[in-house]
Design a protein around this ligand. Structure first.
Ligand SMILES: Cc1ncc(COP(=O)(O)O)c(C=O)c1O
Length: 422
C-alpha cells in the first residue's frame, strides 16, 4: 500500500483524516541511524548515533514536513475545496528546496514561489528550487526579513504558507521521533536527542512526537532533548539563560554570519510553540528534560569535519549537534552512560562551500573560525616531469609516451603513499 510508506507508516499520528489516495510519497522518512565508530565515540566521550535526515529526497529533514503539508493541500484540491494553489515560503535554503520539489510533483495543480535571503544560501541550495521550476525571489537581508514579507503576503493574498507556522509542516516532522523510538526498540530511557535550532519548528515537532508516543503508551520514558544554537544566532538559548521562568523575556537577536547558515535565525517563528511544548515536556517527564546549549562557530566546523572524517555525511548543522553534544557532556547535561541521537538535518554536500573555505584558509573573519591544519584536506595535482607527456582530450599520447606517463605518475603516487612493491 503506497500510502503506508515513509512518514505515513505512522498515519494514525500524522493526519489520519487524510485519505490514503491524497497522500504524496517521494521517498521521505525512514532515514538511516548510523552509530559512531569507536574512535569518534572516544573523542566525544559517549556513545552516539547520527540519524541522517540528509538522505531525504531534497537532502534535508524538511521533506518530512513537506510530505504532510502538501498531502493536506492535495486533499483539499481533491475535495474541490481549493484550486490553482500558489504555495510560498521564506527559507534559509532547505525549506525552499523541499517546497519546490513537492509542489513540482503536484504541478500544475500547485505552483510554488520561494523567498531566499540574497547570498545567504549555498549555491547547491539555490540550484534546488530553480531545478524544480519554482519562482525564486532573492531578497536583501537575512531570513528574518524574508519571513516578514511572506507573512505580509499570506495575510493579504490567497496563498498557502509552507513555513513551519503551517501546523501540517510540523506534524510531518514528528515522524522523526517515531522512527527513533522504533529504531531503538521503544526504549527511550537514558537517550538524549540532539537537534539544531533555527526557527524552533523542528525541536517543537520532535518533542511533540515523543509526547504523543508517551501518552499513547508506545514508549515508557521521554528522552532528554538538547537544542543547540551557535553563539552567532542564539535567541532561544538566550531566552532560557534566565532560570526563573516568570522572569524570562524573549528578545530577538541580530544574527552574525554562521556556518550553520540554515539555522541562522534571530527571531524564530516557533518561539511561542517551543516555550509551551518545552514546559509541557518537562512537566510530563517529571523533571527537567529539555536543555539548550550554545556552541562556537569554530566548534561547529571542527566537529563537522571530525564526524565526516569518521564515515558520516553531516552538514554544518549536524556539526552543530556534535559540538552541542560535547558541550552538553562538559556541562553534565548528559553523562557518559547515556546514548545520544544527533540530527544530521541536511546532507553534507549542500554545505560543502564552508568546507572548501575552511580547507583554503579563507573563511571570512566575521565567522570567527580559523582552519586547523590537521583537519585540512586538499587535492594534489600530479603532472609528469616531462611536459610533453601531458595527455589531453584533444591530443592523445602515442602508446609509448602514454606508458611513460603512466609509469611516471604511478611512481609519484607510490612515493607519496610510501608503497612498497609487492
Ligand atoms: C539543515 C537545517 N538544519 C536545521 C534547521 C533548523 O530547523 P528549525 O528552523 O525548524 O529550528 C534548518 C531550517 O531552518 C535547516 O534547514
Amino acid at each position: 500500500i503506497p500510502a503506508l510508506k515513509g512518514i505515513y507508516r505512522y498515519h494514525e499520528f500524522i493526519g489520519s483524516c487524510i485519505p490514503l489516495d491524497s497522500i504524496i510519497y517521494l521517498g521521505e522518512g525512514h532515514t538511516p541511524v548510523v552509530e559512531a565508530n569507536q574512535r569518534l565515540k572516544e573523542k566525544v566521550g559517549l556513545s552516539f548515533f547520527y540519524k541522517n535526515d540528509g538522505q531525504n529526497p531534497s537532502a534535508s529533514f524538511k521533506d518530512r514536513g513537506m510530505a504532510s503539508a502538501l498531502s493536506s493541500i492535495k486533499y483539499l484540491i481533491d475535495q474541490k475545496l481549493i484550486s490553482n494553489v500558489i504555495a510560498i515560503c521564506a527559507s534559509t535554503g532547505d525549506t525552499s528546496a523541499s517546497a519546490a520539489l513537492y509542489a513540482s510533483y503536484l504541478g500544475p495543480l500547485i505552483k510554488s514561489a520561494v523567498l531566499l535571503p540574497h547570498k545567504k544560501v549555498t549555491s547547491q541550495q539555490l540550484s534546488q528550487p530553480l531545478g524544480s521550476g519554482a519562482k525564486v525571489f532573492e531578497i536583501p537581508g537575512v531570513f528574518d526579513d524574508c519571513m516578514k514579507i511572506v507573512e505580509n503576503l499570506s495575510s493579504q493574498y490567497p496563498v498557502v504558507l509552507l513555513n513551519s507556522k503551517n501546523a501540517w509542516r510540523i506534524l510531518g516532522q514528528e515522524s522523526y521521533s517515531y522512527e527513533i523510538a522504533q529504531d531503538f526498540d521503544w526504549k527511550m530511557k537514558d537517550k538524549a536527542i540532539v537537534v539544531p535550532i533555527g526557527n524552533a519548528g523542528n525541536i517543537s515537532a520532535v518533542m511533540n512526537g515523543f509526547i504523543k508516543f508517551y501518552e499513547a503508551g508506545i514508549i515508557d520514558a521521554l528522552p532528554k532533548i538538547i537544542g543547540v544554537q551557535s553563539e552567532h544566532a542564539d535567541p532561544v538559548y538566550q531566552y532560557y539563560l534566565e532560570p526563573d521562568e516568570t522572569k524570562r523575556k524573549f528578545v530577538p537577536v541580530n544574527t552574525k554570519p554562521s556556518v550553520a547558515q540554515a539555522a541562522m535565525i534571530g527571531n524564530p517563528v516557533s518561539m511561542p510553540r517551543v516555550i509551551q511544548i518545552s514546559k509541557k515536556y518537562n512537566e510530563i517527564a517529571g523533571s527537567r528534560h529539555v536543555f539548550f546549549v550554545q556552541v562556537t562557530e569554530q566548534s561547529i566546523m571542527d566537529w563537522q569535519l571530525q564526524a565526516n572524517h569518521n564515515g558520516h555525511i553531516a552538514c554544518t548543522q549536524g556539526g552543530e549537534c556534535l559540538a552541542g553534544l560535547a558541550k552538553a557532556l562538559l556541562k553534565k547535561i548528559v553523562t557518559p552512560q547515556e546514548i545520544a541521537i544527533l540530527n544530521a538535518t541536511a546532507h553534507a554536500i549542500k554545505f560543502s562551500e564552508f568546507q572548501d573555505l575552511y580547507f583554503k584558509y579563507s573563511i571570512p573573519e566575521d565567522y570567527e573560525i580559523s582552519s586547523n591544519p590537521d583537519l585540512i584536506n586538499l587535492p594534489s595535482l600530479l603532472l609528469p616531469d616531462d611536459q610533453n607527456l601531458i595527455p589531453s582530450q584533444q591530443k592523445r599520447l602515442n602508446e609509448k609516451d602514454f606508458q611513460r606517463f603512466v609509469k611516471n605518475i604511478s611512481d609519484k603516487i607510490a612515493e607519496t603513499l610510501r608503497l612498497e612493491k609487492s
